[in-house]
Design a protein around this ligand. Structure first.
Ligand SMILES: C[S@@+](CC[C@H](N)C(=O)[O-])C[C@H]1O[C@@H](n2cnc3c(N)ncnc32)[C@H](O)[C@@H]1O
Length: 443
């Protein structure tokens, strides 16, 4: 991706595109529907039918119009969820507002559909006024012709909605192809070189948060890292609390990179700066080289499984864990909000009753750069994360933090969201619980 937009600029762009698309859509619909209505009357195909048949015809055309509208509503939802834009400004306004107020996808989708449908119904009015106005004033056009015109306009509108839905789907498909794919484009070494040569501000914050969150973990139990990539920088924080560490990722190439570090192969990534930062976060003022080496050794000893996982699978791992950590995985694996929701459901489903879930996501990011290619991101924020954690997690135990990281804008994001939550159920460590908080820290 070359043009990366965040925050206010992205919203302005979305609204500019939506306003232009709304105007173009209004104009094209008007031309198509009017032309279809006029053509039907002029063709004389329904000339001579009585008023009752004309009304029945009009009613039947509403069925076609509704069918077209249904397809268009689905396409509009897809457009909103993948691009944040719409061909209907009211629909976008309703979607954005509801999403902000409720933090949930379903009410926002309903609001978007309501806004879209209300606009389409309102657009009918000028046709009725025009058709019956002409019939009242004209000697050659009667009530029956007015009804036939309206029916023709409905058929034109139905064809228009179907065409628009097709166009929207092809735009979304093309846009999807603009992003790089994990299956074909991901190069672990490029990711490590681009993001993990030094401890950048987002990781200063993420590791500090994870160290703190892991104080809530049940000691002596296996810990799963889901979507760990070719990295270990978050893993060192779990070495003391975990009985075993299981590392899961979608790509064998990422797991192979980790294996190289475990086996101390030449050229394996150097994580010592991250280990040092972890130890500082744990309270060691000035960790020595020996301290860093000791934590590396302990981590190597704790890692007992490298597992291939797919967040698209309803049970990505055939067991549950007392602690699951998934950093920059679901949000950084897809640009599609509905897919992100699904991935989050599957990943959080791996947390056992009373267990701890710790996560991190790029905030309001559509794409991040790895090796000059843009990988998709789901454009989520703290409200989305809160909503994703609502089912099944204790609302009284957990934390959500937002950290601005303007230095990372060149990567494609300017903020991160960090969260931990405890699954409801037996085994929940009530004493360690903290109420959900939402802090915005300074850069
Ligand atoms: C941006 S990387 C994050 C890696 C690491 N957690 C970090 O913090 O640097 C996103 C990771 O998601 C993984 N991923 C992509 N699609 C996935 C899927 N369907 N299931 C599980 N992981 C997936 C990729 O292989 C990649 O390692």
């Amino acid at each position: 991706m070359t043009a990366l937009t965040t925050g206010r600029g992205r919203r302005v762009r979305e609204w500019a595109v939506t306003a232009a698309a709304t105007a173009a859509s209004l104009y094209t619909l008007d031309v198509t529907a009017t032309a279809a209505g006029v053509a039907l009357v002029a063709s004389g195909g329904l000339a001579g039918i009585g008023p009752a048949w004309a009304v029945a015809f009009l009613a039947a055309t509403y069925l076609a119009w509704c069918a077209g509208l249904r397809v268009a509503l689905r396409a509009n939802r897809l457009l909103l969820e993948t691009t944040g834009t719409s061909t209907n400004a009211l629909s976008k306004a309703a979607y954005d507002l509801t999403r902000r107020l409720t933090g949930r996808a379903r009410p926002a989708r309903l609001a978007a559909a309501g806004g879209y449908t209300a606009t389409e119904i309102a657009k009918e009015l000028p046709y009725y006024v025009g058709a019956f106005g002409v019939a009242a004033l004209s000697d050659t056009v009667g009530q029956v012709e007015a009804l036939v015109f309206l029916g023709g306009a409905n058929l034109g509108a139905a064809v228009y909605e179907l065409g628009l839905a097709r166009l929207v789907r092809s735009v979304v498909r093309r846009r999807g192809r603009r992003y790089a794919s994990f299956d074909t484009d991901w190069v672990p070494a490029e990711y490590l070189a681009g993001y993990y040569s030094t401890v950048e501000p987002d990781e200063v914050a993420t590791i500090a948060f994870f160290v703190d969150a892991l104080r809530q973990a049940e000691p002596g139990r296996p810990v799963l890292f889901f979507g760990v990539g070719p990295t270990l920088h978050h893993v060192f924080a779990a070495a003391e609390v975990a009985s075993e560490i299981h590392l899961g990722d979608y790509l064998p190439a990422n797991l192979a990179e980790i294996r190289r570090w475990i086996d101390r192969e030449p050229g394996a990534h150097d994580w010592r700066a991250f280990v040092r930062h972890t130890l500082r976060c744990e309270g060691s003022a000035d960790p020595s080289d020996a301290d860093v080496t000791a934590r590396e050794d302990l981590t190597r000893a704790r890692i007992t499984a490298l597992i291939r996982v797919d967040a698209g699978h309803p049970r990505p791992v055939d067991r549950q864990y007392a602690t699951v950590i998934s950093a920059y995985c679901a949000d950084s694996a897809t640009g599609d909000r509905a897919t992100w929701d699904r991935y989050m459901r599957h990943i959080t489903g791996l947390v056992g009753p009373g267990g701890l879930f710790v996560t991190a996501a790029l905030r309001r990011c559509r794409g991040y750069i790895v090796g000059g290619r843009s990988f998709p991101s789901a454009d989520v924020d703290e409200h989305d994360l809160r909503a994703a954690l609502r089912p099944g997690f204790d609302p009284q135990a957990g934390a959500i933090e937002v950290h601005p990281v303007p230095q990372d804008a060149t990567h494609g994001y300017a903020g991160i969201v960090l969260a931990w939550a405890r699954r409801s159920g037996p085994g929940a460590r009530g004493g360690a619980a903290r109420p959900v908080e939402h802090r915005v820290s300074s850069p």
